[in-house]
Ligand binder design. Structure first.
Ligand code: CUA
Length: 185
């Protein structure tokens, strides 16, 4: 009787072994997601906001005069950005050090990537939707902001610069201008 069970025992052993392997893989994936979410502050968006990509330039928060960096009453900075084939507006984004920076961005045409090197900002700009991301910069300097979603032939040339300046200097500049970008620096 026990002899006839041998193939079943083997199958059960293999099943158990595979269940352990699968559990370890699942645990590793959960650990990776937790590391990205908690340690690197990479979060999916908390809500879905929609915007009409065909009227971005005509009305609403993404009209050209409303793009760039603005100091908020709570001391944080809000940056509005539009991506289109094949550039970002503004082309150079001015932000202060040691300040919470929230980006609100969208696309006027196709899907673009939105990534600031060396930060937790890494998302997509999808026409019809507003993408948000929050980060902060400790040191002055410049970061590249390349489009990292293939968006047709000009994709390789689509990038912007984030210029980080001293917080006191930014605050002085913000005192007499509502929107800041590198051009008016
Ligand atoms: Cu825009 Cu690639």
């Amino acid at each position: 009787m026990s002899g006839s069970h041998a193939p079943d025992d083997l199958a059960e052993r293999l099943e158990r072994r595979w269940a352990i392997v699968a559990s370890v893989i699942s645990a590793a994936l959960i650990a990776a997601a937790a590391f990205a979410g908690i340690h690197q502050a990479t979060m999916p968006q908390s809500r879905v906001e929609m915007v009409d990509p065909t009227t971005l330039h005509l009305n609403g928060e993404f009209i050209e005069t409303n793009l760039g960096s603005a100091l908020q009453p709570d001391g944080s900075v809000m940056v509005r950005v539009v991506g289109q084939q094949y550039s970002f507006t503004p082309q150079c984004i001015l932000v202060p050090t040691q300040t919470p920076i929230t980006f609100r961005a969208t696309s006027a045409d196709v899907i673009h990537g939105f990534l600031i090197e060396g930060t937790n900002v890494n998302t997509m700009l999808v026409p019809g939707f507003v993408s948000t991301a929050t980060t902060r910069f400790d040191q002055p300097g410049e970061r590249h902001m390349p489009c990292h979603e293939y968006c047709s032939i000009g994709h390789e040339g689509m990038w912007a610069i984030v210029r980080i300046i001293d917080k006191a200097q930014f605050t002085r500049m913000a005192a007499d201008r509502r929107r800041l970008d590198c051009v008016k620096q």
